[in-house]
Design a protein. Structure first.
Length: 291
């Protein structure tokens, strides 16, 4: 990473693997969570993802918490001491308080280390939509874009990152307050499948409801076709919560209609998966400005 003039950092809510972060030259903060009250840390590896969903499928209850200012201070202090400026892209502020805490920590460290710079950008996104922005920031840096220009470019395009989610298991949406107990019960019986998206600020909303998995797939293909801008010039990013075969099915169906340049598959890690549960598929791409 030392060949870069500044360091890009992110939290593991971006749902990029540790291996991918190393490849990109991105330093990730591995976020903590608990499973049935036991402290754990997002390992950001294939093995840790499988372990996490195995525990959830066995009935485990996962809880997450925001990164506090002290944790950010500890994370960035070695970079500040080395005089290495930072561009930090954060899990959406509408989802987590981590962005606000990152801003507070950056301000404190810049006061302690005059001349050191830390720019904190709210992704207004989650999972691999946030990860797509991290990948774009790394590409901008590699193309020679300086820190301030890179931060401005990510902020300029943040609301153009479209995020669409679907799952046929309403249990975790009920637990997270996204659907009522009654809706979850009737939805399960009637095979109602919600299609969710992120609004302009980054809140997760139930956007549409269809009946059955095949209808959900058809609707998602239609939505991507209507919202994507120049798909042939970009990567379609698909993340999945322990359902890789379903993710591949969605990726192939969407690409057959929309013709993206390529497809990048990744896992939904424990920070997002704690709230969605196993079985969720999410697609991310650049498109029309979110509403």
């Amino acid at each position: 990473m030392s060949e870069y003039s500044y360091q890009i950092t992110a939290d593991s809510g971006c749902d990029l693997s540790l291996e991918k972060c190393v490849e990109l030259g991105v330093l990730p903060y591995k976020m903590p969570f608990t499973m049935d009250g036991e402290p754990m840390t997002d390992g950001m590896t294939e093995e840790s993802f499988r372990e996490f969903y195995g525990l959830m499928r066995a009935g485990g209850i996962a809880r997450t918490s925001q990164i506090n200012p002290g944790e950010f201070l500890e994370f960035w202090r070695p970079l500040a001491e080395a005089g290495r400026d930072v561009l930090h892209i954060s899990l959406g502020a509408a989802i987590s308080g981590s962005w606000e805490n990152a801003c507070s920590a950056a301000k404190m460290l810049m006061e302690d280390f005059p001349g050191w710079k830390c720019r904190v950008v709210d992704s207004t996104s989650a999972s691999a939509g946030f990860g797509l922005m991290v990948m774009n920031a790394a590409a901008n840096r590699d193309a020679g874009m300086d820190l301030e220009a890179n931060a401005a470019e990510i902020e300029r395009t943040q609301h153009k990152v479209q995020a669409i989610f679907t799952t046929n298991d309403l249990t975790y949406l009920y637990r997270g307050g996204r659907v009522s107990r009654t809706s979850a019960a009737f939805g399960t019986v009637l095979k109602i499948v919600p299609i969710m998206h992120l609004d302009y600020a980054g809140h997760l909303e139930v956007w549409q409801k269809v009946r059955g998995d095949k209808a959900a797939l058809r609707k998602m293909v239609q939505d991507v076709r209507e919202l994507a801008i120049e798909p042939e010039k970009q990567t379609l990013v698909i993340s999945e919560a322990d359902c890789p075969e379903k993710a591949r099915e969605y990726g192939e169906a969407i690409n057959a209609e929309c013709h993206f340049r390529d497809i990048f598959y990744t896992h939904i890690g424990p920070i997002i998966g704690a709230h969605t549960g196993p079985g969720l598929v999410a697609v991310f791409f650049s498109g029309k400005t979110r509403e």
